[in-house]
Design a protein around this ligand. Structure first.
Ligand code: 9D3
Length: 250
């Protein structure tokens, strides 16, 4: 899969895209990420990419011309079509379902706004989808674009190593994760739950599923309500509820 990222600040992407899993996936040519500097497509001698808003007011607006030319150039350099995404506070809020759907595209062209906004005609002419990462105000679309690329990339075949790849289609899908422990067995008076050292894999699986359900029940009732529970899960949840009421003593 390829990602063409149109931005005024391509340097911002260097760190996150040059480490760990994304670094390896790029090196292995599983994903192809290109940062394109919108300023390179300005046409005046000062390489102006923004301007004051028509109608007046504070702040600057990103000019349509440089973005449009950068986009056209990016499209021409790829043999496959891509979907054009604008990172924007007014977009649809990103969630895992959108990430899953976008991971089936051949490529994405991602436009990052900075400053107050971009000339509306970019939306009208080339943007297919507008995405926000949540209801808080950032300084630009660059960090959201990194989050989008990261979340999609880990779903592409070959990006996660064998050890990580089971985390894609987790057994605990739709639930929060159970607690994890590693050595030592005792730390500052805190012990690892005995069941994890028992060697009884059936019991361990049941314990993990129960902890996963408990955590989701306590922290994210919304996730639990959205999930269709199996008979085993219903049984575990009933246990959890009665334990939390203090009706069962361990
Ligand atoms: C006062 C109006 N502001 C909208 C809330 C203007 C404005 C602020 C910050 C316009 C753009 C930005 C920069 N943010 C993004 O480009 C952005 C963003 C975000 O701020 N939060 C969550 N998701 C995203 S995606 C792009």
């Amino acid at each position: 899969m390829f990602f063409d990222i149109l931005t005024l600040f391509p340097e911002m992407f260097k760190g996150p895209f040059s480490e760990s899993i994304i670094k390896r996936a790029r090196k292995n040519d599983i994903i192809d990420i290109k940062m394109i500097n919108i300023r390179d497509f300005a046409e005046d001698k000062h390489n102006t990419a923004d301007d004051a808003p028509y109608g007046g007011g504070a702040g600057m607006v990103m000019k349509a011309g440089p973005i449009y030319r950068a986009w056209e150039n990016a499209q021409n350099e790829r043999s496959q079509n891509s979907k054009t995404i604008l990172m924007s506070p007014q977009g649809e809020r990103l969630n895992q379902k959108m990430v899953n759907e976008l991971s089936r595209e051949a490529g994405l062209t991602i436009i990052c706004g900075h400053y107050e906004g971009i000339d509306e005609r970019i939306r009208d002419s080339i943007v297919d989808q507008e995405i926000s990462i949540g209801d808080y105000v950032l300084t630009g679309g660059e960090l959201p674009a990194m989050i989008l690329v990261d979340s999609i990339s880990r779903l592409i075949n070959g990006v996660l190593g064998d050890a990580d790849s089971c985390k894609k289609d987790s057994f605990y899908n739709g639930l929060l994760e159970h607690p994890h422990y590693t050595r030592p067995r005792k730390l500052r008076g805190l012990k690892v739950p005995d069941v994890l050292l028992s060697g009884n894999h059936q019991k361990i699986e049941r314990w993990r599923k129960k902890e996963s359900l408990k955590r989701t029940f306590e922290r994210r009732k919304d996730l639990l309500e959205a999930k269709k529970l199996s008979d085993e899960e219903k049984e575990l949840l009933a246990e959890i509820k009665s334990e939390l009421k203090g009706e069962v003593d361990e």
